[in-house]
Write a protein that binds this ligand. Structure first.
Ligand code: SDX
Length: 429
């Protein structure tokens, strides 16, 4: 006997089915509510609204749990690599050795972009924000790869998925190189995913480039931590864009645009700028006071989360990665880390943060690590986008393959003027 929930609207009582997932909260299926009661539900920000069924990622915000296809993020980050996580996201199971080798081979051989794309970059100012460049260039991929834009073709969907995962690092590195006036560096097939990316970012034609294995391992872990996160704002953007039948490149470009916001993926750049502005541990108290002041719009960037009301498990793993990178650089006493540790210590003891369940999220430590590795702050969200591409594309594919899928089209509560008659210009006074 399936559970139901009853709701009465204007005296009309209706029974609505309750659906249960594998784990996590039940959902009340309100699909028939409007037809039966003439009323909509109202939930701006979707704080209590499930937009879809998904098998990809599960978050328990109270317990600070994150599972990719059922596997704890801590185990995947500790024992696997990013392309293994990509395979898991796309196919739902961890790959065998043969499957992993084949997947790595296929991704590696799609890392080059059409050489005509190089010309796009010369149209940008050198100081253009690299996220602006990424939105433009990723959307433009659909101008080149017509053989993987038919979303009804499973084969084309898979080619587009592989191409997106493979080409994002190349485009990200090109955006960085362009911003510093250095020549683009082509990918090298003998390198692993993150080593290839680091070389495309930091190699110069004048000398051989040796990838630091501590950095490539750290970046691989950072990519795993950022790969997917249920129906966050940018993933929901990709799903909504995809629900109209738009091609995958255009949908990912929409996701990149949404991720750019400082309340979302832009928080890693904003968090580092905040730590730099605070500067020294003795100034932390004043900033915590600002964050608590309702009349001050300032928020502690890298703190708080819609779902996590406990420590973001990714933040803990991020913190460990930060220490590994700083140790490699002999910078264990990095002043930014000192400020971050002090800020976290004070905030976690403060009644305001405890009562509102505000904890460090993944963006709190990532910026310190990326800065130490040599990335400028405006590249931080680009790296987030590189990692999240697999989550976006896996969620997009899941939506396309969902037999109940239809175009997303929310309703509204209209609070504008009632019908009124047009007044001619002369009569408007
Ligand atoms: C990401 O959704 C995802 O999964 C996202 C993400 C992913 O992997 O895709 O995890 C990535 O986006 C992480 C979040 C990065 N953003 C930041 O670090 C920006 C700073 N944090 C916030 O702006 C905020 O916490 C959000 C946007 C992350 C969550 O906002 P909510 O859930 O809408 O909560 P809210 O804005 O309603 O805040 C609840 C209360 C408010 O106070 P009251 O109005 O109830 O008195 O907490 C306060 C807020 O003022 N608050 C903060 C705060 N975050 C919330 N106060 C100070 N500093 C903060 N950082």
């Amino acid at each position: 006997m399936s559970a139901t929930s009853s709701i009465t609207v204007d005296g009309k009582q209706v029974e609505l089915p309750v659906k249960k997932g594998t784990i996590g909260p039940d959902v009340v299926d309100i699909g028939k509510l409007y037809a039966k009661t003439g009323a909509f539900t109202f939930d701006p920000g979707f704080t209590s609204t499930a937009s879809c069924e998904s098998k990809i990622t599960y978050i328990d915000g109270d317990e600070g749990v994150l599972l990719y296809r059922g596997y704890p993020i801590e185990q995947l980050a500790e024992k696997g690599d990013f392309l293994e996580t990509c395979y898991l996201m796309l196919f739902g199971e961890l790959p065998t050795e043969a499957q992993k080798a084949d997947f790595d081979y296929r991704v590696t051989r799609h890392t080059m972009v059409h050489d005509q794309m190089n010309r796009f970059f010369s149209g940008f100012r050198r100081d253009a924000h690299p996220m602006a460049v990424m939105v433009a260039c990723v959307g433009a991929l659909s101008a080149f790869y017509h053989d993987s834009t038919d979303i009804s073709d499973e084969q084309q969907r898979m080619i587009a998925s592989i191409r997106m995962i493979a080409k994002m690092p190349t485009l990200a590195a090109m955006a960085y190189k362009y911003s510093i006036g250095q020549p683009f560096v082509y990918p090298k097939n003998e390198l692993d995913y993150t080593s290839n990316f680091l070389r495309m970012c930091f190699a110069v034609p004048c000398e051989e480039f040796q990838v630091n294995p501590v950095f490539s391992k750290a970046l691989d872990r950072i990519f795993i931590l950022h790969a997917d996160h249920e129906q966050n704002a940018s993933t929901s953007t990709v799903r909504l864009a995809g629900s109209s039948g738009a091609n995958p490149f255009a949908c990912i470009a929409a996701g990149i645009a949404c991720l750019w916001g400082p309340a979302h993926g832009g928080a890693n750049e904003a968090a580092l700028k905040m730590l730099m502005e605070i500067g020294t541990p003795d100034r932390v108290d004043a900033y915590v006071a600002k964050a608590k002041d309702k009349s001050d719009p300032f928020r502690l960037m890298g703190f708080g989360h819609r779902v996590y009301k406990n420590y973001d498990p990714r933040a803990r793993l991020m913190q460990a990665t930060t220490h590994a990178v700083l140790k490699e650089l002999g910078k264990q006493d990095d002043p930014l880390l000192e400020v971050a540790v002090k800020l976290e210590e004070i905030a976690l003891k403060d009644e305001y943060f405890i009562e509102k369940k505000l904890y460090p999220n993944i963006d709190f430590y990532s910026g310190i690590t990326l800065k130490a590795m040599g990335f400028p702050t405006d590249m931080f969200t680009v790296l987030f986008a590189v990692a999240r591409t697999v989550g976006w594309i896996a969620q997009w594919a899941e939506m396309i393959e969902d037999p109940s899928q239809k175009i997303g089209r929310p309703r509204q509560l209209y609070i504008g003027p009632d019908r009124r008659e047009y007044v001619s210009l002369e009569q408007r006074g």
